[in-house]
Design a protein around this ligand. Structure first.
Ligand code: UDP
Ligand code: MG
Length: 309
């Protein structure tokens, strides 16, 4: 048996049908290591927890945490990182979309200097057209705006060295956009490629609104460019307005007969300006709400039950 400790963390939200299949697939792979498996139930309301309890009853290396309510995927991961004692920590989805079979390869990379090993999707064939397109748009958009580029086609299936985990655990900020934070650290990283499989059972928990929130989080946590864009927009529309004033004065003074009543220009101008102003206020609001959450310093999740940790 190898000396180091491997922690596997699995965030789960209503995955009752996936716990046992995942565990059965994971087990033959991890038994060659000194391992622990940590399930974090993110406020599941189905039989997920009793499935986890069953698995934990059979294997002493299984630990679990259960939240009072759904705090979100990133928070479940964060909790896993806090609990994990491993020298390297692998996070994996519960729905078997991330094949556990590539874990040994990830560990090999870690043993050869990598502190972060990303599992990168070769293709996204199994995902729906909508998911593929929104994911592409998401990466493009975030990377365009953000000062810290995040790697494309990389989800939350990754290995982190314990030093990276302690960096995450000791961050003072409330906001947790883990993909960005890991990239921000600039640790030596490597990729292992895999083909993303279909979800084993159940449906995705990433609804459109969750995806939009996630994207906004990713942008506002790593960039203040939108604020600058807001200033540019204000500057452009003010310049147009200023040119309009000069034009009107010139027309009034020198070509008074050309003057038209122009209500449509007025209407368009007001709508445009109104739009720019609302957009700008919205962008500023996003950042203020971030500051608001940061100063509140509420706990990021609440643990209802924990076992073996
Ligand atoms: N998940 C979670 N909390 C949530 C949403 C999802 O812990 O609020 C877990 C979920 O159980 C799964 C993983 O995060 O293990 C990825 O979620 P999902 O498969 O729904 O996302 P997708 O693969 O469609 O992006
Ligand atoms: Mg999934």
């Amino acid at each position: 048996m190898q000396q180091f400790l491997l922690s596997i963390i699995v965030p789960v939200f209503n995955e009752e049908q996936n716990i046992t299949p995942l565990f059965n697939r994971l087990l033959p792979i991890v038994t060659q290591y000194n391992y622990e498996i940590i399930f974090v139930s993110d406020g599941s309301t189905d039989n997920t927890l009793s499935q986890i309890r069953k698995v934990a009853g059979e294997n002493k290396r299984v630990k679990y945490i259960s939240f009072y309510r759904n705090f979100g995927h990133q928070m479940a991961l964060m909790c896993g990182y806090k609990i994990a004692k491993g020298d390297c920590v692998i996070s994996i989805d519960a729905d078997l979309q991330d094949p556990p079979e590539i874990i040994p390869e990830m560990i090999k990379r870690w043993e050869h200097e990598a502190m972060v090993v990303y599992a990168k999707r070769n293709k996204r064939e199994v995902d729906s057209f909508f998911k593929k397109q929104t994911a592409l748009l998401f990466y493009r958009f975030v990377n365009f705006l953000s000062d810290t580029p995040i790697p494309q086609d990389v989800g939350d299936f990754r290995l982190l060295d314990k030093e990276v985990v302690s960096f995450l655990n000791n961050l003072p900020e409330q906001s947790r956009f883990l993909r960005g934070l890991v990239a921000w650290g600039g640790y030596p990283a490597q990729y292992v490629y895999f083909e993303r499989e279909k979800r084993n059972a159940g449906k995705t928990h990433y609804t459109l609104s969750k995806m939009v929130n996630f994207a906004l989080e990713g942008i506002t946590a790593f960039s203040t460019k939108p604020l600058r864009i807001a200033s540019y927009l204000g500057f452009i529309s003010a310049s147009i307005g200023f040119l309009g004033i000069i034009y009107t004065i010139v027309e009034k003074l020198f070509y008074p007969s050309h003057l038209v009543t122009g209500w449509s220009a007025l209407f368009v101008g007001t709508m445009f300006l109104g739009g720019v102003q609302l957009l700008t206020i919205g962008i500023i609001g996003e950042y203020i709400s971030k500051i608001y959450h940061e100063v509140q310093k509420r706990p990021q999740y609440l643990i209802k039950e924990q076992f073996n940790t």
